[in-house]
Design a protein around this ligand. Structure first.
Ligand code: ZN
Length: 331
């Protein structure tokens, strides 16, 4: 199966299918709805129903887009030319999926952004056996080891409860799509009053449709923060510092695993939980996939390729794939 790496994205030329292209194309697979993956107004879009719903929210006025969307549910397959395509849960954010491409006896898996440990919200990943694995490596260094969802749940609830009992206002900074909803889910189901910024709250219905529950949350109002945990976006941190109130910030992120995270995030509580796979999870994924060839995209591609090669894998970081740091929505 031919795979071509371009600055605009990954292309399967025999199917004329692009994987998370960065520019408008004829036919695109969109792995999930973070803006660095779901970008471009493509002629044909294939994605899970949840991802398509979020993708549509980007172009609410555009009627043309509705005719171009083809849903593929987790576990479902469809045929495209000589290939069979199957969506597999990726555990990253609501609707996130890996794509299994089967063609002429060969199996290729493109993970998109992936989390192997069960997430706080949504469906856990499955590892599909394949010959070639194209996997993200956002956190592909041994220092990135993350909490389980049970540990993260306990840490988030404990920080909120202790801060409220102390008379302070606990603040959780979360990206608008993914982390924000997960934090609201933890607080709401622990019975902790929480106020949620509109840019996070707007996506709660998509998570509710996928089976998550958020009992009792309220919209964030800057004048009414007493006795509540706040779930806000990272860009709001500076405004909080300037207010002079007793806000205490928790940073829930994969980057909280770094030594300098407290200073970088301006947070007093670091909770290293991510919607991406940590280093050990990436190694497990590589091993359990059975892949004879592994391509690393995004993040620490070169270091992880080197480590995998030392362990006997045929791994590489395709040169044309531009590495990605954080964006405004995801890690
Ligand atoms: Zn993402």
């Amino acid at each position: 199966m031919l795979v071509a790496y371009h600055p605009a994205g990954i292309h399967l030329p025999e199917l004329d299918l692009w994987l998370d292209p960065k520019e408008p194309v004829e036919r695109a697979w969109i792995s999930h709805a973070h803006s660095d993956h779901a970008r471009g107004l493509h002629r044909n879009v294939l994605a899970t129903p949840e991802t398509l719903r979020l993708y549509r929210l980007r172009w609410p006025e555009n009627e043309e887009i509705a005719q171009s969307l083809q849903p593929l549910r987790h576990g479902e397959s469809l045929h495209l030319g000589p290939a069979k395509l199957t969506a597999i849960p990726a555990g990253h954010i609501v609707g996130a999926a890996q794509l299994l491409v089967e063609q002429a006896g060969e199996r290729l898996v493109y993970t998109g952004d992936l989390k192997l440990m069960p997430p706080l919200c949504g469906t856990a990943t499955e590892v599909a056996r394949c010959d070639r694995l194209i996997i993200e490596s956002t956190f592909g260094l041994p220092i990135f080891h993350f909490l389980t969802r049970e540990e993260a749940r306990a840490r988030i609830a404990a920080f909120a409860t202790a801060t409220l009992e102390d008379g302070g206002v606990p603040v959780f900074l979360g990206y608008p799509l993914g982390r924000g909803q997960e934090i609201v889910e933890v607080l709401a189901n622990a019975g902790i009053p929480c106020a949620v910024h509109g840019s996070i709250a707007r996506f709660l219905p998509v998570y509710e449709a996928a089976g998550c529950r958020f009992p009792g949350w309220s919209p964030y109002e800057a004048r009414n923060t007493r006795g509540k945990a706040l779930v806000l976006t990272p860009s709001m941190r500076r405004g909080l510092e300037a207010s002079g109130k007793d806000f205490r910030i928790a940073y829930v992120s994969g980057w909280a695993a770094l030594d300098n995270a407290r200073t970088r995030a301006g947070a007093e509580e670091l909770i290293p939980y991510s919607d991406h796979a940590g280093f050990a999870e990436l190694l497990t994924m590589a091993r359990e996939s059975g892949a004879s060839r592994i391509d690393l995209v995004h993040g620490y591609t070169e270091p992880l390729a080197r480590i995998l090669r030392q362990q006997g894998f045929d791994a590489c970081a395709p040169a044309a794939q531009v590495s990605r740091a954080t964006d405004e929505e995801g890690e």
